[in-house]
Design a protein around this ligand. Structure first.
Ligand code: 5GP
Length: 190
């Protein structure tokens, strides 16, 4: 039986607001389920294992790469891996739901190419690099060194926007959430 379903990909530089938008969509659209990525980074704030991420060791991550368990993975930051497990997508499709991803820009484009025709890839655009830097700094959860790494990556990622199906401007979070809801509902409509 073909149990393949649809995929909704939200990508953006860290701090652009994509996680908030994805949480909003999950609340509003019951047909969606979040793809929990695996990562080797430590949990931040009130993050939970098996809810926000599968927090695994580098050894376990490398083992899974060797066993081809990822549909995509990346060393998003030096020494820190993130990846989407094939089993995660299948788990969600089996329930008859569509998968929603909160994933970095290169990972998002990778998935879009892999699942061409069944995926909607949305790039969340912050008002400017300056605003993005302010938002990232305001979080207060990362060291200065980590922040610098995030800024450099964000600057590079903003250039990928035109390769996505849609660019969603996040100048005002509530408006962006409402627009995202319309986009996704239209895409999922039979
Ligand atoms: P954070 O550490 O802020 O949670 O995530 C850092 C970046 O990694 C974000 O842009 C996030 O969306 C991305 N990310 C999360 N999961 C995955 C994944 O499975 N694959 C890839 N390529 N990136 C991911």
């Amino acid at each position: 039986m073909n149990q393949e379903g649809k995929l909704i990909i939200f990508s953006a530089p860290s701090g652009a607001g994509k996680t908030t938008i994805v949480h909003h969509l999950l609340k509003k659209i019951p047909d969606l389920e979040f793809s929990i990525s695996a990562t080797t980074r430590q949990p931040r704030g009130d993050e939970e294992d098996g809810k926000d991420y599968y927090f695994i060791t580098q050894e376990s991550f490398l083992h899974r790469i060797a066993h081809k368990e990822f549909v995509e993975f990346e060393e998003v930051y030096a020494g820190t891996f993130y990846g989407t497990l094939r089993s995660e997508i299948e788990r969600i499709w089996k329930k008859g739901k569509s998968v929603i991803f909160d994933i970095d820009v290169e990972g998002g484009l990778h998935l879009k190419r892999k699942y061409d025709g069944q995926a909607l890839a949305v790039f969340v655009q912050p008002p400017s690099l300056e605003v993005l830097i302010e938002r990232l700094t305001g979080r207060g959860t990362d060291s200065d060194e980590k922040l610098k790494e995030r800024f450099a990556k964000a600057e590079k990622e903003l250039k990928y926007a035109p390769q996505f199906d849609i660019i969603l401007k996040n100048y005002d979070l509530q408006t962006a959430c409402e627009e995202a809801e319309i986009l996704v509902k239209n895409f999922l409509a039979p």
